[in-house]
Ligand binder design. Sequence first.
Ligand SMILES: [Zn+2]
Length: 180
Amino acid sequence: MRTVAEGYGLNIDRSGMCLCPFHAEKTSSTKVYPHNIYCFGCGASADVIGFTQRLFSLSEPIEAVKKLNDDYDLHFAVGQAPTSAEVSEYHKRIAERRAYVEWEKQAWRTLHDYLWLMREWRELVPKSPDDVQDRRFVYALHHLDYAEYLCDEFLHVGRSGKLAMGDTIRNIENIIRMKG
Ligand SMILES: [Zn+2]
């Protein structure tokens, strides 16, 4: 969405906001999301195709598709039926996308659980200096910062960065399962 919005002349600031192309305004109230835009001023809401159609006053979405195809050299055979290879490639990509979304959800849950477990264990402070230290407390002493770091990192890196944390997350899953 951002690529297209910028390509068609919108100035998007660092927080993803820009002036609404669909109503006159002096301060930015349109937010550019990865797959769509939304204007908090006039309520305009569109995906890439809808945005292009409206921006250029095109009568049909297919006109916008053709324009995007040309302007961005996408080389789609617009108007031709896809081959069976293209269709199965499409289904494969959708399935991969779903699997990734599922993995991401689970991975975040794991990191989040880990952080809370560390916070819990960090409270298992020995009651007196003579008490034997609970090994979970000792572990949390060394890993609470790390758990916070991992959560923070996961929220800030993109897809490939998240996937690169896969082994770490698998190990943490085991730690949680065995509760240390
Ligand atoms: Zn607007």
